[in-house]
Design a protein around this ligand. Structure first.
Ligand code: NAD
Length: 387
């Protein structure tokens, strides 16, 4: 029983917030008490649902004395400015992935949180998914020996979901590397438990109408000769969720009738200028949040090869393929898929026990994103220096 939830403000009531909202509604570790949103429609809806204060700017939200922590769910390029404002107001931070776009901005965010003595969690990210945390415990127990290799892949229609123009421009943080690779990077770094050392990769940008990376394959080398291969296609027609028990990234049962929905909606637009409107139609106050999910979230198939077992992460738990037997361990139930990140926020703010996914952690994952892009451009390994 939680009697003292973290009093949370949220900056940005867009898609990222909408995906966290079902968990915020049902998990007891945080209570939404204020928001900052430029759109009146979103502010009105927020006050109607949660009461509290709704501000037009993050600066005002950051000064609200009732707010203890702020969830920054604004577009990537605004994270630095908003993190500065929130840290200046003395509030702890939960910053959506990626922490920033440029490494300079990431450095500045790390410094401003540290200078103010505040906790900063980079998340939600799929490294907080319950099966990932369960696999991490299994690895940490040492029972299966060292992790030697991880294979992760994900086939989605990411590039055909409605986008703001900057989400289709790599220089402004667009494309699948900044928004999607960062999840796989977070997960494999967490499960390896040792430093990543260098990266080699190729990226694909093969839709001239949406000129940013929609696909990549990358190999990350870790200390001790360990390695992870990450592949992602945001151009996919194939849906790798069929290999995840037919459960979506958000932990919902897939509905076959929704096949091709994103491409259909885009094809109906009469002008590209209408696409941001299609995206803002999916934000808070404009439509409903996704239904509460019965399963954990996931980020595509993932196999973790250890000395004495292969672990397959599923949306329900972890399959252990051992030397002599195969068994399944269910992930512990939680009120909602994003409970672990809210619990981590509570532990940081109330008990001074922050999770691994700190500001420095978010910067290290962002460095790997840049290394993927650089390695693909240069056609060589890129060394990592901020891990
Ligand atoms: N963890 C996840 O599953 C997940 C999913 C989607 C997005 N995200 C992350 O969320 C962030 C936002 O992306 P999105 O897809 O939600 O974009 P979005 O455009 O849907 O939402 C951004 C919101 O920020 C608001 N905003 C813009 N300027 C603002 C300002 N100055 N002050 C306050 N609010 C402002 C906009 O009105 C909008 O509602 C990104 O960093 C993205 O990576 C995370």
């Amino acid at each position: 029983m939680i009697s003292d939830p973290v009093r949370l403000g949220v900056a940005g009531l867009g898609r990222g917030f909408m995906l966290t909202l079902p968990s915020l509604r049902s998990d007891p570790h945080a209570a939404l008490v204020a928001c900052a949103a430029p759109r009146e429609e979103s502010r009105t809806a927020f006050v109607a649902e949660f009461g509290g204060k709704a501000y037009a700017t993050v600066n005002e939200l950051a000064q609200d004395p009732n707010v203890e922590a702020v969830y920054i769910a604004t577009p990537h390029q605004m994270h630095r400015e908003h993190a500065d404002a929130v840290a200046s107001g003395g509030k702890h931070l939960l910053v959506e992935k990626p922490l920033a776009i440029s490494m300079d901005d990431a450095d500045a965010i790390v410094e401003s949180a540290a200078r103010a003595g505040l906790h900063l969690i980079t998340g939600p990210s799929h490294s907080f998914d319950q099966p990932v945390l369960l696999a991490r415990e299994m690895v940490a127990s040492g029972k299966f020996g060292a992790v030697r290799m991880i294979h992760a892949f994900n086939y989605t229609d990411f590039l055909y979901r409605p986008r703001r123009p900057e989400e289709l421009d790599t220089a402004q943080g667009g494309g699948v590397v900044f928004s999607q690779a960062v999840h796989q990077i977070d997960i494999v770094r967490l499960l390896m438990g040792v430093r990543a050392t260098r990266v080699v990769a190729m990226t694909g940008a093969w839709d001239a109408a949406r000129q940013t990376e929609g696909a990549y394959s990358a190999v990350i080398e870790f200390e001790g000769g360990r390695f992870a291969s990450l592949t992602y296609s945001g151009y996919a027609h194939y849906d790798s969720d069929v290999l995840q028990d037919g459960i979506s990234e958000l932990g919902l049962e897939k509905v076959p009738a929704t096949y091709g929905r994103s491409r259909k909606a885009l094809s109906r637009l009469t002008s590209p200028a209408d696409e941001p409107k299609l995206k803002s139609g999916r934000t808070y106050g404009a439509t409903d949040a996704p239904s509460p999910a019965p399963h954990a979230e996931h980020f595509g198939p993932m196999i973790v090869s250890c000395d004495r077992a292969d672990l397959r992460l599923t949306p329900k738990g972890v399959e252990i393929w051992g030397d002599f037997e195969k068994k399944f361990v269910a992930a512990p139930p939680d009120p909602a898929p994003r409970s672990p990140v809210l619990r981590a926020l509570y532990e940081a703010v109330r008990n001074g026990r922050p999770p691994t996914q700190s500001a420095g952690w978010g910067r290290a994952s962002l460095e790997v994103c840049h290394a993927i892009l650089e390695a693909a451009r240069a056609g060589r390994f890129v060394d990592l220096k901020k891990q």
